[in-house]
Design a protein around this ligand. Structure first.
Ligand code: HEC
Ligand code: HEC
Ligand code: HEC
Ligand code: HEC
Ligand code: HEC
Ligand code: HEC
Length: 463
């Protein structure tokens, strides 16, 4: 037994030494080398003979980085995510998976972090994915990655991302600007949202906040709009897309994607159906446009829109002077246009509105856009709590006509008003009526008053 002890001791020391060496090796071999090694092994499997296999396996490990001066960043994500541009890696596990659907956003020009977040320079999984205390923008969860599309594509529809269009629409119609500035326009009761997409707020925080502001920010003066989950999601997308970060000229060159829906808008606006038909619906001055993109190439159609005289000398078709993006959009629309849609366009035209109706419609738009709806409600019903104001809430605007003349109301909107206190010793109520004369022209305010008057409920004793 005694003789065995040195042997056991030796074995144990050897074991400890192996452990130490392994630990040192692991510490000095960064994880990205391990991933590159694994990737090479996968690639080598596809090689036909031992020589080429060996050549692949002997590729020295190397940090890969994409310099993106136009986006002011350097991305090293492809150091591990090696298969993003290799379609044969369609079935490979992460981080080697082929990246579908990048379209023109190729890694060499766009990198990864502009869409995904994360820490471009890091080469360790945890650091790169930004799940570390000092890094402010961890990877966006998969559900929210598409919010980033709105950092560059700021107008119109983005194919596959209806949330951004909806979020922008809600922002402009629900009165958010009454309390929030965005790019210089809006009130200052809530924080400026121009850089909300670069703030520390996580998608989950934003979404919860939209569902119930005061549950997330106790005592918040932001009303609960009773948004649906879908609406809260859409607004969250829109918030995440808001940054004023300077995108290089190329990246900012396509704020509006020439999508079919944008093309349809232009087609309606330019009244193409006064001369053309689609599948027999419309006028017969010019040819029917059903399937026109199958009869002519995109370049030919583009030429036709730039200069109808060039293709058909003596043409009665006017040159529309549309920029390239608009022409692209119209052609995209023509590729999808149907007779049913043409019917909808013809039906939608109806009669031209009267000047009064137009003023009321413009006023309604401004009421949403400039944030009146945020405090007074989209239906003018009031009711947003305003502690220690007389009445305790923002007033309804449905009975103005019984208290004021139109001119009085014009003055109130121009100059704003601080509500009288319910309890004179109590604190100022959080919400007051801002002065609008610096933001809105007299004509805008007139139109808003016309809109308000169109909604006045006749008082009971008026008969
Ligand atoms: C050191 C290697 C490494 C680097 C560097 C790296 N990743 Fe990853 N990534 C991985 C691995 C491994 C996975 C597989 C799942 C996991 O471990 O999270 C992964 C998964 C992902 C996923 C899938 C979502 C998820 O969390 O499962 C995304 C998106 C991603 N990485 C983006 C990035 C971006 C963007 C960068 C650059 C800022 C980056 N990665 C840098 C190794 C890396
Ligand atoms: C133009 C924006 C854009 C760029 C640039 C981009 N991605 Fe993606 N990526 C997306 C979208 C969108 C998805 C799909 C998310 C979803 O719905 O699952 C995605 C999915 C992924 C996934 C699958 C896991 C997941 O979260 O669903 C990984 C991994 C990934 N990207 C890594 C990268 C890497 C690495 C780069 C840089 C080489 C990169 N991406 C560049 C937009 C982008
Ligand atoms: C960093 C800015 C940036 C981001 C982020 C971005 N794009 Fe783009 N996108 C561009 C630019 C620039 C072009 C024009 C590319 C070109 O023609 O070279 C473009 C083109 C497009 C096109 C038109 C493609 C075509 O064939 O004409 C679509 C569709 C598109 N992007 C969708 C998206 C979607 C969806 C996302 C989010 C997953 C996204 N983009 C994110 C800048 C961006
Ligand atoms: C009556 C005033 C008011 C209206 C209307 C209003 N908000 Fe707010 N909002 C606030 C106040 C006050 C805060 C700060 C307290 C808090 O976090 O809730 C806030 C906070 C926020 C925040 C969090 C900002 C941050 O990072 O701290 C976002 C995002 C936001 N609002 C978006 C919106 C949107 C979008 C709308 C329109 C649907 C809207 N708000 C309408 C008053 C308002
Ligand atoms: C930040 C919240 C807020 C916004 C935004 C706001 N208001 Fe007001 N408004 C109030 C409050 C609070 C009062 C009550 C003032 C008082 O009691 O004297 C008020 C009063 C009014 C009144 C007088 C109502 C009465 O019965 O005395 C009118 C008219 C009015 N607002 C119209 C507007 C219009 C039009 C807009 C948009 C251009 C607008 N408000 C935007 C908070 C707001
Ligand atoms: C004033 C009448 C008129 C208007 C308005 C008009 N077009 Fe035309 N268009 C014509 C005529 C006529 C032709 C047939 C060729 C010719 O004589 O120029 C034509 C030809 C075309 C063609 C080629 C069709 C083919 O099969 O060869 C296209 C595409 C086209 N127009 C698209 C449009 C679009 C898109 C608009 C709206 C932006 C529009 N047109 C507005 C009269 C018009």
């Amino acid at each position: 037994m005694g003789r065995r002890l040195p042997q056991i001791f030796f074995a144990l020391s050897l074991f400890a030494l192996v452990l130490i060496i392994a630990a040192v090796w692991q510490a000095s071999t960064p994880s990205w080398k391990k991933y590159q090694h694994e990737y090479l092994q996968m690639e080598a499997q596809g090689e036909p003979n031992a020589v080429t296999k060996a050549a692949v396996l002997n590729t020295p490990p190397q940090i890969q980085q994409i310099l993106l001066p136009g986006l002011q960043r350097v991305d090293r994500c492809t150091t591990c995510h090696q298969g993003v541009e290799d379609p044969t890696m369609k079935n490979a596990p992460e981080p080697f998976h082929y990246h579908q659907g990048l379209g023109p956003h190729v890694p060499s020009k766009f990198g990864c972090t502009i869409c995904h977040g994360g820490q471009g320079l890091a080469t360790d999984v945890k650091d790169a994915h930004g799940n570390v205390p000092f890094w402010q923008t961890p990877l966006l969860p998969a559900d929210y990655v598409r919010a980033s599309c709105g950092r560059c594509h700021k107008e119109g529809d983005i194919p596959g991302v209806p949330e951004l269009t909806e979020g922008r629409r809600l922002f402009e119609t629900e009165g958010c600007r009454g309390c929030h500035k965005l790019n210089g326009i809006g009130g200052s009761i809530g924080p400026d949202l121009s850089e909300e997409g670069a703030s520390l707020r996580s998608p989950q925080w934003l979404e919860q906040h939209f569902l119930n502001p005061s549950a997330v920010s106790p005592g918040s003066a932001m009303p609960n709009f009773h948004f649906t989950r879908g609406q809260a999601r859409a607004l969250t997308y829109y918030m995440l897309s808001l940054t004023n970060a300077d995108m290089g000229a190329y990246y900012a060159s396509e704020p509006l994607i020439p999508s079919p829906s944008y093309g349809r808008e232009l087609f309606v606006q330019k009244d193409c159906l006064v001369c053309h038909s689609i599948g027999g619906v419309g006028a017969k001055v010019g040819p029917d446009l059903l399937g026109v993109t199958k009869r002519h190439s995109t370049n030919w159609l583009d030429e036709q829109l730039v200069n109808p005289q060039l293709v058909y000398p003596g043409s009665s078709m006017p040159a529309f002077d549309m920029p390239a993006t608009e022409r692209k959009a119209v052609i995209a629309f023509l590729a999808t246009a149907t007779a049913t849609d043409a019917q909808a366009i013809v039906a939608g035209k109806g009669q031209a509105p009267t000047p009064e109706d137009a003023a009321i419609a413009a006023g309604k738009l401004d009421f949403g856009r400039f944030g009146c709806a945020g405090c007074h409600g989209t239906d003018l019903q009031g009711g947003v709590p305003n502690p220690n104001a007389q009445g305790g809430e923002v007033p309804s605007l449905l009975h103005l006509a019984s208290d004021y003349s139109k001119d009085d109301v014009l003055e109130i909107i121009r100059n704003g008003r601080v509500p009288p206190l319910a309890n004179t010793k109590g604190p100022q109520p959080p919400l007051y009526m801002p002065a609008w004369k610096n933001l809105l022209s007299d004509e805008d305010i007139h139109q808003i008053v016309e809109f308000l008057w169109s909604k006045q409920q006749k008082s009971q004793d008026n008969w």
